[in-house]
Ligand binder design. Sequence first.
Ligand SMILES: *Cc1c(COP(=O)(O)O)cnc(C)c1O
Length: 442
Amino acid sequence: MKSPLRPPVSRRGFLSAAAAPALCRAAVSEKPAILGGTPVRATRFPGWPVHDEAEDSAMLEVVRSGRWGRLNGSAVSRFESMYASLMGAGHCLATSSGTTALFTALSALGVGPGDEVVLPAYTFVACANVILQHYALPVFADTDPETFQIDPASLESAITDRTAALMPVHLGGATFEVERVQAIANKRGLPIVEDSCQSHLAEWRGKRTGSFGKAGCFSFQASKNLNSGEGGAVLTNDAEMAERCYAFHNNSRGRRQAGADFSYQQSGFNARMTEFQAAILLSQMKRLEQQYETREKNAAYLSSMLRELGGLTPARTYAGCTRNAYHLYMMRYDAEQFAGLPRARFLKALAAEGVPASGGYSPLNKEPFLRNTFATRGYQMIYGKKRLADWFERNQLPANDRLCSEAVWLTQNQLLGSRRDMEQIVEAVRKIKQHASELARA
Ligand SMILES: *Cc1c(COP(=O)(O)O)cnc(C)c1O
């Protein structure tokens, strides 16, 4: 029930009080929007993607050139050399998506039936899918709930003599604990395929992600901080690996193979990027650093306010993570501090205030796609009933289960706005917190 003791706040009074963060407590007596009150925000967060005439003319140039594919154009190669130097890697191969980048890297490493690949349970399904597409077995490591990143101790204990590669993910734009993961990989002689699909410009001790392992894979899918609708890249410092990746992504044909040379050394695929994608990326890349700076400033401000408020804890980063690229702004929701209000109801109330947020990933290890894939003829034949049954015993991940029930995400474009936007996010959370018991009952 609404407190009868608080005077009603007019819309104007509310807005002027809300303009100063120190005063916004005066505004919280207003009814939550989900119960019929006025939303904290009436405006939308900045849209995504950001583009102007630069992208228009880049696109038109490709159209008019008539060279639309990388085999006769030059935009893809130009993008590759610029991206390699931006990321500080020796070689870059552009691909059609982040998924095909990961698929290409695993293929170049010879991952196949019978092999195991260790990956985090807290990630996008593509990571598991590329392993399954090679008829290998994904083995999940648990999550460090404070950072949302792969737990290195759990990663180490997931390794067996059948492990062929490690696929840690720099989640949300922050980094996993690079040195610990590298030490484990070196000790066991295992290659790292670094999933950097969310971490363009992120850094570990001043060095950009994507070349800490044998290969680093990026995504330029529409939601990512650098995007061309779809697209991806594999980075590597290993010239031979770069060559194998190129040939794989180009239906077995090498980078320097002449048109009339129809000899093939390895199996391949078509995962080529188009000239249109590369032209957009060359344009979008010019905005990346500045967008990073805006996100980083807004995230720091938001984190300081949220820490003071309590109840939503921003993800911690490791000391070695010198740059968080903030693809996601990740937090943990503590229902106890909101009078037991369930997270789903909190998210609905937050959206009603004009702050859309999500609960993030489901526990990947429990999704039915695994059981269904393991039931196929190929998996049954390769691994047998016992090993597949044991898989479910091995892949119990209590920390990740819990994190999946507590996570709250904002997206990178929400950090591209003003300080005022950040203050309104906090006002919305504070308002819900203030009315939490009422909301839990309603
Ligand atoms: C986006 C993403 C992918 C897949 O990239 P696509 O370009 O969508 O194929 C893989 N891994 C992670 C962690 C991602 O966020």
